[in-house]
Design a protein around this ligand. Sequence first.
Ligand code: BYC
Ligand code: FE
Ligand code: FE
Length: 472
Amino acid sequence: MTATFDYTERIPNNVDLAADRRLQRALESWQPHFLDWWGELGPAQFQDRDVFLRTAIGVDRDGWADYGYVRLPEYRWGIFLSEPQKDRTIGFGDHKGQPVWQEVPGEYRNMLRRLIVVQGDTEPASVEQQRHLGATAPSLYDLRNLFQVNVEEGRHLWAMVYLLQRYFGRDGRDEADSMLERHSGDQDNPRILGAFNEQTPDWLSFFCFAFFTDRDGKFQLGALRESAFDPLARTCDFMLKEEAHHLFVGTQGIGRIIERTAELMNTHDTDDVRPHGGIDLGTLQRYLNFHWSVSLDLFGAEVSTNGATSYTSSVKGRFNEDRYQDDHRLVERDIIVPAFVDGQITTGSARSVNAVNLQLQEAFRDDCTKGLARWNRTLTDHGIDHRLTLPHLAFNRHVGVFADANVSPDGEVLSADEWTALSAQWLPTGEDKAFVASLMTPCFDKGRMASWIAPPSTGISGQPTDYEYVRL
Ligand code: BYC
Ligand code: FE
Ligand code: FE
């Protein structure tokens, strides 16, 4: 393992690809398909422009990124795993305490393949969802951030394709091909998970996606980083470093919208900032409600035997597994779980091992709550009493215990008719979407921002905010 990646190789990597000719050939024959896909379903504009991007140059803790102008198709997608931890042992499940695995145990092959496929599928899906956003970017700074996220999601696909091709033989190669065949929103061959077939038509949706859905990514990758299958753990560990920026884009993007909205509210002494080119807090809340609920669905059912099996098998843990004060086996223990019984939201009890999805979801919820608190501080700082909130767990769910329940953001159970009549107050309406779409005019002058968003407080990698982040 070298400290700095070798970019003279056709596929930059720190896994000594050159020593495994068969694998190298398999990946090299997948590479042109990836590039074709990127050309067809990656960013629809500006593929021929110089973008100020970071590229990973090493896996060390400090200074892993290098910044410079790159054209998107020339970005060097590579295969990078974090350094192995010496004598790492398994932290949870039946195999707790044993040495980690460098190969896939036969009995867990299908389970691991399935998890890697689901993880991999989300990465190109998000690129597809975001492909038209470049045309309406609110600034060059934001355009650059979009493309940074897109190339890194592309690299995350490479990360999973490497695992599939290296460890899963023929089926792995087939699965790698399928990654480029399923498409977001495709009627016949959609992406695997719900949220990844939704549209991301505007920048408000994009920032919500980066805040909530990339945050599901953070927690899922965190759970897979605990895996006994060490190559998966190391891959996810490095992906998480890139992920931090995606979450920043979401948190800061929405924060800047709120800041702008607050300014407009104060200047014009009104809640209705739409005539002034801002996004009103009501619309923002409806977008948050939607993205929160579809992202909660991504954790799977709160009580799940799939979750239990992957935990018991030491294949998928919890986020920061070692911070849980329990036996890390979760046998013979019960825990309180949410339930929906006879039309009532209540609680029940489940084996704690069956509730690992719930525990991951709870960690996600806590993290989201911190983001909300920060945004609400911005409102307070502007002397505005209004508070943005996260809806009840049961609101607008399609997976898990509340899949069949109709529940308001406050947690009130409704009849199907009441839900139909009222849900337009809580979810983005056609009218909201049309209004948001009407604001989406590009703003490509250096340092300028669209009407509906405040400038960032700092630029990227020490550059000023009015830097030419994309040379148009
Ligand atoms: N939509 O017991 P259940 C990211 C399926 S995001 C559709 O409830 P389980 C990123 C489930 O597959 C992170 N189907 O849940 C973000 C299963 O189907 P099968 C992505 C769903 O299996 C932004 C059945 O329902 N990574 O990286 O314990 C940009 C019953 O399953 C959904 C991962 O998700 C849904 N929402 O857990 C770019 C990690 N939910 O198998 C990237 C890998 C459940 O019976 N995946 N189903 O046909 C997993 O760990 C698990 O597959 C899940 C589900 C957590 C998704
Ligand atoms: Fe990703
Ligand atoms: Fe991401």
